[in-house]
Design a protein around this ligand. Sequence first.
Ligand SMILES: NC(=O)c1ccc[n+]([C@@H]2O[C@H](COP(=O)([O-])OP(=O)(O)OC[C@H]3O[C@@H](n4cnc5c(N)ncnc54)[C@H](O)[C@@H]3O)[C@@H](O)[C@H]2O)c1
Length: 206
Amino acid sequence: MSFKDRVVIVTGAAKGIGRVIAKRYCDEKANVIIVDIDYESGKKCLEMLTSSGNKAEFFEVDVSKSEDIDSFMQKVEQRYGRVDVLINNAGISVWKPPEELMVDAEPHSEAYAASKGGIIALTQTLAASYAKDHIRVNCISPGWIQTQDYDQLREIDHLQHFSQRVGKPDDIASACIYLTHGSNDFILGTNLVIDGGMTKKMMYRE
Ligand SMILES: NC(=O)c1ccc[n+]([C@@H]2O[C@H](COP(=O)([O-])OP(=O)(O)OC[C@H]3O[C@@H](n4cnc5c(N)ncnc54)[C@H](O)[C@@H]3O)[C@@H](O)[C@H]2O)c1
């Protein structure tokens, strides 16, 4: 499947990883719907995408509110009549380099880790439930993905990774394109870890 004219929703697309994912689907000539709670950044992202002639639309939605989601999906249904790809990227990024982590941040980190573990279990269940409808569900577990000031990173930040570099939003966007491509319909219910090998190494250096 080519992505041309496909309807692609990317949540949390105003900034960071989601913004780059949205750009990559625009490059593939998809109809990209960007969703974010941050109106100002969402509008800026939309300008960036449409100024180069891409087909994109922005909706201000809080994905933690079911009424927001219902009203958004009704509009998508009316306007496009279908959804081909949904990238559930919106979330709170609490990942920090170790020197910025505080002891009192630990409980929060545990809740964050539990929620991410839950996503893997949910992915497997949803994949099994929707397979009969030819809907594939996969998830991605990113490692350290630097969304801004990449050139400010230290040598040790890069070299501690087996990959010899910190991740970039494009690393995640490439995985989204791969997982959602029609020719990869044998891949479902999987969790793709994209972390430069860090979870095999286990320790970040200060
Ligand atoms: N950057 C990393 O190193 C990293 C690592 C692991 C996982 N992640 C995950 O990747 C995703 C994107 O991370 P990022 O670094 O680009 O974060 P980011 O903070 O730069 O961007 C997240 C976007 O989601 C939006 N958002 C937050 N809550 C929302 C809500 N309720 N409704 C709609 N939009 C909402 C924000 O406004 C923002 O535009 C997150 O789910 C994060 O947990 C990131």
